[in-house]
Ligand binder design. Structure first.
Ligand code: GLU
Length: 282
């Protein structure tokens, strides 16, 4: 049975793009008689505003969406730490205390997420007992252990996994219990998600998730990366640029069911369209 999820981070209000993402995941599950899960990805201690989660639920109900399970990531910290311990015991993680600025200054290559880590702390590891340590994956070792990997996207077809594009990614963050990559991968497995639906902005992240699945003996789902709602200049919709949030629309008395139908029919407000990629200018 197909199980999908919508996994918003409560870092800011939901927008039309989130509504579209939730509808895609919901409808794919329901079309196959499957389950649709809501997962609140609230482990970013700095940016997360847990009080937004209830507004998210109200937004989804207003759109006419219902879900079978309601999961909160911060309830799962023990599982993330255990997976970190396991990767560390396999000799695949090393401590890193570099700052963003240091990495930007020393990096010589760009990856899908920004500068590729130049390996400073891999060559010269800091004392892992000190504070402010992140743990990075030794990508070359991890890939050698896992061997070549593929993954299947329902729209884009079979992909060769290219986690090397990212270099030594952070797995356990300094200021949060796990990286997005580790938490999402473990949760999708724990939640039995058979079809991971999310936007094209996370397409490349799947290369890392596929590698983590191989390293941690997790089941391999299929993916469905959908196009994103963008404004005329190709940028993702965001409130700071004036597009009203779902909560604003709901509180203003707009008809959520009609909005959901319009999004399903790709009948978007003026100036908004679907795009396979998002401009990095923000
Ligand atoms: N929490 C992520 C976000 O809001 C989505 C993660 C995912 O769908 O894998 O961008």
């Amino acid at each position: 049975m197909i199980r999908t999820r919508f996994a918003p981070s409560p870092n800011g209000p939901l927008h039309l793009g989130h509504a579209y993402a939730a509808i895609v995941a919901h409808d794919l599950a329901r079309a196959g008689g499957g389950a649709f899960l809501l997962r609140i990805e609230d482990i970013d201690g700095v940016r997360s505003r847990p009080e937004l989660a209830d507004a998210f639920r109200a937004d989804l109900r207003w759109l006419g969406l219902d879900w079978d399970e309601d999961i909160t990531q911060s309830h799962r910290l023990v599982a993330y730490a255990a997976a970190g311990d396991r990767l560390r015991a396999m000799g695949l993680l090393y401590p890193c205390r570099c700052t963003r600025a240091e990495i930007a200054a020393a990096a010589t290559a760009m990856g899908p997420d920004g500068p590729v880590y130049p390996g400073t702390c891999r060559r010269n590891p800091p004392d892992s007992a000190t504070e402010d340590i992140a743990w990075r994956l030794d990508m070359a070792r991890a890939m050698a252990l896992a061997g070549p990997l593929t993954w299947d996207d329902a729209r884009a077809g079979m992909q060769m996994a290219r986690p090397d594009l990212f270099g030594d990614v952070v797995i356990l963050r300094k200021e949060a219990p796990a990286s997005y990559h580790l938490a999402a991968t473990l949760d999708d497995a724990a939640d039995g998600i058979a079809l991971v639906t999310r936007g094209m902005d996370l397409f490349a992240a799947t290369h890392i998730h596929r590698l983590l699945q191989a390293l941690l003996d997790l089941p391999v789902p299929r993916w469905h990366h959908h196009p994103l709602l963008v404004e005329e200049d190709g940028r993702k919709l965001a409130k700071r640029r004036g597009s009203p949030s779902l909560a604003d629309r709901r509180r203003a008395g707009e008809d959520g069911l009609a909005l959901a139908e319009a999004l399903r029919g790709h009948d978007f407000p003026a100036g908004i369209s679907l795009s396979e990629s998002v401009s990095s200018v923000s």
